[in-house]
Ligand binder design. Structure first.
Ligand code: GLU
Length: 501
């Protein structure tokens, strides 16, 4: 029988959620949904030194914002819990004990000082095949010595004993056949002095306990795969091993190296999904959400970092992605992150989303700027008029503020030297005669009056726009005047006439 698809997103709660992490979550999610499987959130919090309060809730909130609600999680529970590794602590020690008993792992009693001095002595020191014989561990000490040390509660760790001269190979669903020479792999710690497992032991124990069928994770974990595969075998679970899927890296815009948070700070774009405030320093790092990305666009652009459906199609909803997703179409090569392209996705999503669905997020943007948006019908009209001009949801404020508040100042450079008493009189009379709410009728009136006064309508349009908007931007000027209504348009013309000269 085919194994039920069960995949996990397994972040460590150490800070803001990098877009690479969200993409890993997304590919897990898409695969689960495509195969009617389960998408599990597991919090890997065994490293107490890196634990950051608030990070777990933040991760859950990012997933929620993206529309990727887990089927099982610390919050929701499920049949395979607990979903926080720190709460599974008691389950790991038995595996470490078993590995020691079977000769696949050993106790290491080296103190931090001893390790430090060894590191100074041996360049590029790693604890493993070449060095383990010179260290204080259960391979070099006598059985009696080890027993004494353990009886005296001497701090120690448990390390995996990586075999000599073996090749560990496996099939990665993206990379195909992958193999590692064990002579190049070090004896990683499995159980720490505090009794907590390290990532390596916990990930294998939990992937098995949670019956994970496929491990989707970033390529940066590929070097850890041989350790995990050996552990699966050494623990006697070789037949149950999940399929491996190491996702391509997300690269800096220039393609040189993995995109880091620092690149975002340096180049002025977000790297985290949502705003993150470091609880220690209070430093705020801006996220895609707060910078005005739609979650649909964020998900869409992440999906395209390393995947395509084999056609030129670039815009996909979550439902489309679930429908089209396949591991075969994930590329091996790293995907360059391009913020301009990211904004393009958001622009396309804003443009293609009905005003009604933009209403709430746009109102939130405007309210944050103290714009009063009581009339939904009017706001919807405004959204329809300007959404083509917005790349970010935040752009709705500069692009629409004049619909809600009359301009306080005018960009008069455009009329300087071109203003005349004839033009002033034209506007005075146009304002007085305004009656229709139809942009077409208003335009006809405008042109007819201009013809009557022997003025070129082209020379009147820009001043008219300045009167209504304050600047030289916005949709069609008669669309603006019609939306503002006769009264407001008239008021704005009259006020501008007192300023223009
Ligand atoms: N806890 C690891 C991380 O923070 C998970 C790696 C894995 O998925 O195996 O990314």
């Amino acid at each position: 029988m085919e194994k039920k698809v069960r995949v996990r997103f397994a972040p460590s709660p150490t800070g803001g959620l990098h877009l690479g992490g969200v993409r890993t979550a997304l590919f897990n999610y898409l695969f689960a949904k495509k195969h009617n499987g389960a998408f599990i959130l597991r919090i890997e919090d065994t490293d107490q030194t890196r634990f950051v309060p608030g990070a777990e809730d933040y991760i859950a909130s990012c997933l929620k914002w993206c529309g990727m609600e887990p089927d099982e999680s610390p919050e929701l529970g499920g049949n395979y819990g607990p979903y926080r590794q720190s709460e599974r602590k008691s389950t790991y020690k038995q595996y470490a004990d078993q590995l020691i008993l079977d000769g696949y792992a050993y106790y290491a009693f080296d103190t931090p000082e001893e390790l430090d001095s060894k590191r100074k002595e041996v360049p590029n020191f790693t604890y493993g095949l070449a060095t383990r014989g010179q260290m204080r561990n259960s391979l070099t000490l006598s059985e009696a010595e080890v027993e004494d040390l353990l009886a005296a509660n001497t701090p120690h760790v448990v390390r995996i004993k990586i075999p000599e001269n073996e090749v560990v190979s496996f099939t990665d669903l993206i990379r195909g056949h992958v193999s590692f020479d064990t002579n190049l792999v070090d004896d990683k710690v499995l159980l720490k002095a505090d009794g907590m497992p390290t990532y390596h032991l916990a990930v294998v124990a939990d992937d098995r306990a949670m019956e994970i069928s496929h491990v989707f994770r970033g390529e940066e974990w590929l070097p850890s795969a041989p350790i995990h595969i050996l552990l699966w075998r050494y623990l006697g679970w070789g037949d149950e091993m999940p399929a491996w899927v190491h996702l391509p890296l997300i690269l800096k815009p220039d393609g040189h190296g993995k995109l880091s948070k620092r690149d975002g700070d340096r180049l002025g774009f977000p790297v985290y999904a949502q705003n993150w405030t470091d609880p220690k320093t209070g430093d705020l790092t801006k996220g895609f959400k707060e910078l005005g990305f739609m979650p649909e666009a964020f998900v869409n652009l992440l999906a395209m970092l390393g995947w395509n459906d084999g056609t030129d199609q670039e815009l996909f909803s979550m439902a489309d992605l679930i429908d089209k997703f396949s591991v075969e179409r994930i590329s091996k090569a790293g995907a360059k992150f391009d913020f301009e392209k990211a904004k393009w996705y958001n622009h396309e999503w804003i443009k293609n989303t009905a005003a009604a669905d933009l209403l709430e997020p746009v109102k939130a943007v405007l309210l944050a700027q103290d714009v009063s948006v009581a009339d939904d019908e009017y706001t919807l009209k405004v959204i329809d008029l300007i959404k083509d001009r917005c790349n970010l949801l935040l752009d709705f404020y500069p692009q629409s503020a004049y619909f809600f508040t009359a301009p306080q100042a005018y960009d008069l450079t455009a009329v300087k030297g071109k203003w005349s008493p004839e033009k002033a009189s034209f506007f005075k009379d146009f304002a007085a005669g305004l009656a229709s709410l139809s942009p077409v009728v208003q335009e006809e009136q405008f042109k007819a009056l201009a013809a009557e006064r022997a003025l070129k309508p082209g020379e009147l349009m820009l001043p008219f726009r300045l009167m209504l908007v304050g600047g030289k931007f916005g949709p069609g000027v008669f669309d603006i005047s019609a939306a503002l209504g006769v009264e407001e348009t008239r008021k704005r013309i009259q006020h501008a006439l007192t300023v223009f000269e």
